[in-house]
Every structure is written in C-alpha cells, then in structure tokens.
Design a protein around this ligand. Structure first.
Ligand code: GLA
Length: 432
C-alpha cells in the first residue's frame, strides 16, 4: 500500500517535470582525452604516410600511449576519431561504415581495443549532407539509425558537426540526436557544433536549450597550430564572457576547441598559457598532438596534476577575466570548491618579463581572509597571503603565472561568499 503510494507520487512528480529530461548524467566535469583533428586532419594517404594517416593503426597507437604513459590515470580517457574515418558511401542498408582499407577491423573492434585499456571511444558525425571533409553526413532521416549504429559499435562520445545544413535543419536535428542517443540506452557524451555555425551568440544561439541537450558545444572557430589562433579564441571567449560563463556547469560545457600543446605553433610560454586559460574556462581538455613523439616539456604541462585538479573542480564554475590593464596584463579568476580559487596572470606583452603588483583586495577577494598560495607551474607553496597584502608576480611575454589559493580557515557559514564580476560591470556575490 505504502509502496504503491510512493511510486504513484514518484510518477506524478515525473509527469509534472518539464520536458528538459535530456540530462544524461554524463560529463559532470569537462571531458578529457585526445582527438585526431588539429594534428592529423584529413590525411587519408596511408600509402605515402602510413604512420600519420587516419587509420585504425593511428588510434591503436594513441590508445596505447594514453594507457601506458600516465595519461589515463590523470583523467585523459577519451580517444576521439574526427572527420574522414568513414567510407565515401553508406552501405546497402544505409548504414555508415568505416573506410574498409584504413579501418579493416571496423569501429567495434577499435572500441573493444580502447575499452580493454580502460579508455573510451569518441566518434565524429555531421548533421548535414556531407561532413566538412566531404564524407557522408547525417541527414535528418538518418539521425536515429546513426545513433543506433554508434551505440552498437560501443561508442562513448559523439561530436556532431554542422557543415552542409541549414539553421532550420540544425534546430531540428541537434535536439533530435540528443533524444536518439538517449533512446539507445548507451551513455554517450554529446558534443554539438551547433552554436559555432550560428555565430556563437544570442539571439541565434540559445544556451539554455544547448545546456539541456548537449554535454559540450563548440562555440567558435576551429583552432589552428598558431599563437594567433589561440589568442583569437581567448579574445572571443572573454569578450563574450557575460553570455558564455553562466552557460557552463556540470554536464554542459563551452568548448574553445582542442589543446595544440606539443605541436609546432606554440612556444613553451604560450603552451603554458593555453593550458592555464583553458583550465580557467573549465574547458574540455582534448589534446591533439602526437603522443608517440611528444616532448617532455609539453607532456609536463599537459600532465600537471594541480592544473588538472583545477580544471576538473566539482563545482564546474567557468572563470572570468577580471582585470584588463591597458599595458597588456590580464587577470583571470576561477572559483573552486571549498572556497578555493585559481588565479591566472597573463601577459600579452612582447618586451620582457613584467613585474605586476596587486593585492587580493584589488581582485575583489573577501575582506580579512588568509589564503595559502601555491604556484601551479612551479609546484611550490609560496606561503600565506592576506587579502590586504600587496604582492608581485613576474610574468614572461605571452606567458602566465598561475596560482591556486585555498583559505586557511573555512568560513563559519556552510558556504563562502565570493564576488564575481556581474554582467555589464560591478560585482555580485556568488554563493559557493
Ligand atoms: C569542422 C570542425 C573541426 C573538424 C573539421 C573536420 O571544421 O569544426 O573541428 O571536425 O570540421 O572536417
């Protein structure tokens, strides 16, 4: 009797809930892993370049590296196919199939290989006639079938690109794929490129809807192997932080695109800056580099434990730029669990290391607090700092200094009040 009453209540509550129940419980912290696109592109010439072409061999080898070189233990668990894995035609049953020469064992076998190593497999599709690289796309009538194919192969994440489709098709297709993925019963993280095809900003982009249907989404242009490209992405994301910052949270993340650390375009300082700024943005950490030949310096940046802990903070609050000095120094803050924070001091200067002096009071930290400060890259505990104390950091050209601050004593109340910059200027308290 009682049990029946309770289940009746649960049912009534379930029916009363608005239909936003596409929340799939996945990606509670930003996804981490490896993705082929930025480094390996659409190189399909396995004859000329067998080691680097898009083939199962490349993914087997990267899976080995993720599993054996300390990446997996740190959280880098997804290994993601991007474009150009498919055959140029669907099969007679209308199903997507991998290129038979380059993926002779098929995607299911690749998924099994990846799973046997404690990793997860991501795949790429495109809502439209073709993928951006000209491979078969997922038209509206293919959405269900493709979701089922991916689930049957054992895929754990889908990036759904948006080349060759209209705004109307995207508005229908992206939510439809969310429903189709849920209907398969397999947990599949869903990455939507939808906003990137609609300018990334309201009114064309509705971040409330996106957060209901997608676990992450590409907002902006593709990253390229250059500092200019990193800067253009940083500029866009922080210029639009009033719109973008509140959209992120556990289960739903902005995606400023892959990490290019380990490739050719960034200096050591610039590599450290990309890692720090992506972490402040609560961005997915999807590396696109050759893990077989990565340098020890690049590996150390990508495997920084405290950095990853900050990126994966359970509160999932995206950080903000709070200072933009005329002389090309910027300061960013990300609030973290237990009243901790990450601070990034970033120099866009091109002259010499710059001594920047400020105080936590000037950065709007709570009055009368005392923090233990740790330098994220140097690894050392610097010491205790009171909100009122002045301090200096020396920031290299196109580099960062990054600090992790946690309070020496937790406030008496169950939460801690941090002031976050409010849209349009000023500050508002955020309860953590
Ligand atoms: C688009 C995406 C990229 C990549 C390519 C593949 O440009 O934004 O991330 O997937 O397509 O063709």
């Amino acid at each position: 009797m009682e049990a029946a009453g309770l289940s009746g209540l649960v049912l009534a509550l379930a029916l009363a809930l608005p239909s936003v129940a596409l929340e799939n419980g996945l990606a509670r912290t930003p996804p981490m892993g490896w993705m082929s696109w930025e480094r390996f592109r659409c190189n399909v010439d396995c004859q000329a370049d067998p080691r680097n072409c898009i083939s199962e061999q490349l993914f087997f080898e990267m899976a080995d590296r993720l599993a054996e070189d300390g990446w997996r233990e740190l959280g880098y668990e997804y290994i993601n196919l991007d474009d150009c894995w498919a055959a140029k035609q669907r099969d007679v049953a209308g199903q997507l199939v991998p290129d038979p020469k380059r993926f002779p064992r098929g995607i299911k076998a690749l998924a099994d290989y990846v799973h046997a190593r404690g990793l997860k497999l991501g795949i790429y599709g495109d809502l439209g006639i073709f993928t951006c690289g000209g491979y078969p796309g997922t038209m509206l009538e293919n959405v269900k079938q493709d979701a089922q194919t991916f689930a049957a192969w054992g895929v754990d994440m889908l990036k759904l690109d948006g080349c060759y489709s209209s705004a109307e098709e995207q508005a229908k297709g992206y939510p439809e794929m969310a429903r189709a993925l849920n209907a398969t019963g397999r947990p599949i993280v869903y990455s939507c490129s939808w906003p990137a095809y609609q300018g990334g900003l309201p009114p064309q982009v509705n971040y409330t809807i996106l957060a209901e249907i997608c676990n992450l989404w590409r907002n902006y242009d593709d990253i390229q192997d250059s500092w200019d490209s990193v800067l253009s992405i940083v500029d866009w994301f922080f210029t639009n932080q009033d719109v973008l910052q509140p959209a992120a949270g556990p289960g739903h993340w902005n995606d400023p695109d892959m990490l290019i650390i380990g490739n050719f375009g960034l200096s050591y300082e610039q590599s450290r800056s990309q890692m720090a700024l992506w972490t402040v943005m609560a961005s997915p950490l999807l590396m696109s580099t050759d893990l077989r030949t990565i340098s020890p310096e690049a590996k150390e940046i990508l495997q920084n434990r405290l950095m990853i802990q900050i990126n994966q903070d359970p509160l999932g609050i995206q950080g903000r730029r709070i200072v933009k000095e005329k002389y090309n120094i910027e300061v960013f803050v990300r609030p973290l669990a237990q009243a901790a924070s990450a601070l990034v001091f970033f120099s866009r200067r091109t002259d010499m290391p710059f001594r920047y002096t400020t105080s936590l009071a000037k950065l709007h930290f709570p009055e009368d607090a005392v923090y233990e400060v740790q330098d994220v890259y140097v690894g050392k505990i610097i010491g205790d700092l009171k909100t009122a104390d002045n301090f200096s950091v020396v920031i290299n050209p196109s580099g960062v200094v990054m600090w992790y601050l946690h309070p020496k004593t937790l406030p008496v109340q169950p939460w801690h009040v941090v002031r976050q910059q409010a849209p349009g200027g000023g500050y508002r308290p955020a309860l953590l």
